[in-house]
Design a protein around this ligand. Sequence first.
Ligand SMILES: [Zn+2]
Length: 429
Amino acid sequence: MTDDVMKKEDDSIQYFLPKTSRISISSSSSSGNGRRRRFAEWLPWKLFQDQMNPDKANHGWFIGRYARECLHILPNLPTCIKWPFHQPSVLEWHQVDESLREPGIYYGYRPEVSSWMECCHSLFTANNETLNFWTHFFPTVFFIWRTVQLASQWNKEDDLHHSEYAHSFISYMMTAILYPFMSAVAHGFSALSHRARAVLFFMDYAAINFYAYGSALLYRSYVLPDTWMENETGTNIYLTVCFILSLASTALTCTSRAFVRDVVAQRLMRLAAFTLPYIWVSIPLFARLVNCFAYDESSSCPTPETLRAAKYHLCQVIVALLASFCYASHLPERVMPGMFDYVGHSHNLLHICGVTATLFQMEGALLDMEVRRPFLTQNHLAMIDPYWSVWSPVILLAGHVLLVGGFGLYIYWNEAATVECQKNKMKCH
Ligand SMILES: [Zn+2]
């Protein structure tokens, strides 16, 4: 038996194995791939050798020994089992291009150019985009589930008028699904290339501005004060301006990424492009809230349910303001640089606040929708015209696709020209 035992070597973990089945697993220098390969080679070999040997064909002995050796190898399994692709590394702020650096974020940047598999892997490993992806991926799944649930519930009621009345809400839900989805895709796969980063964030901006129009449809259909609802021309102008602003905001945000190099100017342009449409879209909502909490006879919240809906809308406004504050201030990482590289930085908070605001908006509008339905339908104030509730979002989406396509082509040609310049050693701009 002594002959069958090998002695411990300096840099190896000792395993009490037969000489014929010796394995040596380095505790410090062997790679996980090497360990895994040796372990895989050893197992079938030992299984057959021992059982073919009449002296060792003792199943009790074999199972005990096999189990003991497995126990030896188990503590090493976490390092043996590796992702079967090259693991993407994370970089410090000075190792990435200036345009990718975030104030107060020191570490955890992904490489500027990665493969598809590396991007997929980066979603499950710690870097400063991991939570940005998941904080919008899970809400996307939730909003899809909620839309299907509500649509099937309204479908069961078999009420044609109710289904027309709900068209605006379903259109709004489509925009609410699209914006976190596009954001998750942009954050997850922006490391593919410079072109991919630009185009994916163009799509992200377009989806946010499309959602702003979805919110306007929602307000027009279920939330506006009664007196505003009665003014058909006014509501049509409101929606038309929202439509134009949505496209203008996408053009401005894409311009900030495609043409502007100054980081502060980029941020200001994006902040303006998202904030100004938000204010315009929300003006009727502000009017409703002011009127609602006035508690006079003309209050637009005459019942406890409408008051509860107004409270949801108020929470939405507060959380949306908080989201804008996080985006503009870069807090908390600005005051404690390096502390929030992976978790809790301002972009994480922006995502969480944004999705929470959407949830408040959705629940408030659902309450309004149910409670105000008799009043809106009996007075012919409900927006059941499919031109606005169905076709205008479709036309707007086509407009956003065209805009993103145009800016995407510019990026494609511009980068191709830059590469050509560099190849020919010409002076490039
Ligand atoms: Zn984001």
